[in-house]
Design a protein around this ligand. Sequence first.
Ligand code: HEC
Length: 264
Amino acid sequence: MKKIALVWLMSSFLLSCQNNHKVSESTQKSVSKNTPNLIDSNRQNDGAALLKQYCAACHMLTPDPAKRDKMAAPPFVRVVEHYKARYPSEKQFVAAIVKWVNHPTDDAVQMPGAVRHFGLMPSMPVGDENIKKIATYLYRYDFGNFGGGHRGRMQNMHNRQTGQKAELQKADVIKIKQSIQWLQNTSLASVTDYQNLGKKLFNTAKGILLNPAYKSQDLSQVQQFFHSIEADMHNLMSVKTKKDGEKYRRQLLTKMADYKQFLK
Ligand code: HEC
């Protein structure tokens, strides 16, 4: 008797699972029926819903000044800016986000300032297919006026040094001097050489930014300095021609060599 009750319980449990599944499937179908019947826009709608479900608890799409204190993560407009600078094509961008969401590590970080501010993002076991949809949605999302502003600000910040200079740790001074030496190398032969230089510089900068020794005032100075060269580093990492590579190499060299404006 007991056995039968158990089997009955289990099968009704299984059935109810299946039913739930069916309900959600049919809801999905009816949702997509009401939208233009392009596979693409279907994917976009999925992306929006999945983003809401899995990411929106922490990330807003665009910053909302009223919720500034409640922000738990950088708004997606900033995330997308950083990722598009480093991964310009949709394919690269999506792959990078999939990798990140599965396994956020200091090595993969593109936004070290955000890590210092919010702490490292927890990994989200959401499934590659779902992350791909979210990432595609983000890549194609039109952020309107919010887009592009930050990069302009990053570039302009260089001359607006404010407050006390940060006291750099000896090891970090050495890293900066090393970076300057890399930038002085005028015998870069290929576009890849320039991209690799950009990556090396970015990883070095990241190491310094993530150094827990820097706090409050010092940290904000260190961040200001690296923000001022961030756009150039991103551009160098994803450069397409040697001519542009040369342009960013020179710009970075000038700005890096000027580090004593911010740091001592
Ligand atoms: C529990 C809160 C939380 C959730 C949920 C969350 N994130 Fe994050 N995310 C963060 C924080 C905090 C950061 C900033 C620190 C960092 O970069 O690790 C971040 C940063 C990121 C970055 C930039 C990483 C970098 O290179 O620095 C990406 C990309 C990202 N999130 C994507 C997502 C996506 C996509 C989802 C949904 C699947 C998601 N996040 C859900 C907290 C969250």
